[in-house]
Design a protein around this ligand. Structure first.
Ligand code: UFG
Length: 326
């Protein structure tokens, strides 16, 4: 396989795990990242890194002209739900408009396949869980809308042009590479497991729980936490699926296990053996009560086989990575 797999956002949290997985699968990754959240050091040696925006058509087109691209895995995006509520136009530019530019470049250069980082946030407040892909998509925050519009674009483009795609709707990605080669490095990360392990290690002063008045068993929000290594494995499976000539697909990537915010805190305290302050606060804007995936489609269609479906393992790996960070 001589051609490159273009990984946008490849210097970021998920993207850095992706390049390692691609190398392990015998592929040749190539990274575009604007380094707004990603780190140069997260890109493995020998992987070409181009610093810039996927919204810059001349920049992306020039790279595609110089490197034959077999497929694109598109991670580069803004991913914080409450931030999207406060700054919607940034999300519509970074996530929606920039994706349009990237897809346009892909179509012009006849790139045959694209794997897109979509999100459980497209479902909004689902009427039942576990959520299957056929359920209605009514996002309740700009983040989910900014991603759903890209799914729509891809659907139209795949009908009009020779491009097949897999849109993977990620549930809550967490954890770190089991071998300690990559992890969530952003000091400003806002995600629950990252915050909780930082609180356990004394890197922050405790943790705020955003709401205990939701219609869930303990009143805190329920999410389906998926190990980052299993998530990137799903992308390898999706690439194989598309290259075999299969039609475009939209798939959830989660474990079909829901844990509340309070459950997560309990597991982080237990696994770390460290107690920390927990303060109950009001709701955070844009949060749905419960998001839990049905993953039957990923398993049956893509052949996805999760290997780290265990919250303690996810927390252990997140803690191990956090301990190594300065
Ligand atoms: N939470 C807290 N305290 C914190 C951080 C988070 O109580 O300090 C709560 C949130 O309110 C929410 C839950 O923990 O109820 C999970 O929040 P995260 O910020 O970790 O993740 P989100 O569910 O908001 O969003 C994440 C990704 C999205 C993705 C979504 C899919 O950021 O990209 O999961 O479920 F779409």
């Amino acid at each position: 396989m001589d051609n490159y797999i273009l990984v946008t956002g490849g210097a970021g949290y998920i993207g850095s795990h992706m390049t390692l997985a691609l190398q392990a699968a015998g592929e040749r990754p190539l990274v575009i990242d604007d380094l707004s959240a990603g780190l140069r050091s997260a890109v493995p040696d020998g992987v070409p890194l181009f610093a810039g925006s996927v919204g810059d058509a001349a920049f992306v087109g020039d790279i595609m002209d110089r490197y034959p691209i077999a497929a694109i895995i598109h991670f580069a995006a803004s991913v914080v739900v409450p931030e999207s509520v406060a700054r919607p136009l940034d999300y519509y530019r970074n996530n929606t408009a920039n994706a349009r530019t990237l897809i346009d470049c892909a179509v012009q250069r006849k790139v045959p396949h694209l794997v897109f980082s979509s999100t459980a946030a497209v479902y909004g407040e689902p009427d039942r869980t576990p959520i299957s892909e056929g359920q209605s998509t009514q996002p309740i925050n700009p983040y989910g809308r900014s991603k759903l519009m890209v799914e729509w674009m891809l659907d139209d483009v795949a009908r009009a042009h020779p491009l097949s795609y897999a849109a993977l709707r990620y549930f809550n990605v967490a954890g770190a590479d089991p071998d300690g080669r990559a992890g969530q490095s952003s000091p400003n990360a806002t995600h629950l497991i990252k915050i909780a392990v930082q609180a356990a290690l004394g890197k922050r002063d405790g943790l705020d729980v955003y709401g205990t008045d939701y219609p869930t068993a303990d009143g805190s929000c329920v999410r389906d936490y998926v190990h980052v290594s299993d998530l990137v494995a799903a992308h390898i499976d999706a690439l194989r699926y598309l290259r075999a000539g299969n039609p475009s697909v939209i798939c959830n990537i989660g474990y079909a296990n829901g844990y509340s915010v309070l459950d997560v805190i309990e597991v982080v305290k237990r696994v770390s053996g460290i107690d920390f302050d927990v303060r109950i606060k009001g709701r955070r804007p844009g949060d749905p009560a419960a998001l839990v995936a049905s993953n039957e489609l990923a398993k049956s269609l893509l052949g996805w086989r999760p290997r780290h479906d265990d919250l303690e393992t996810i927390v252990r790996h997140a803690l191990a990575w956090e301990r190594r960070l300065p």
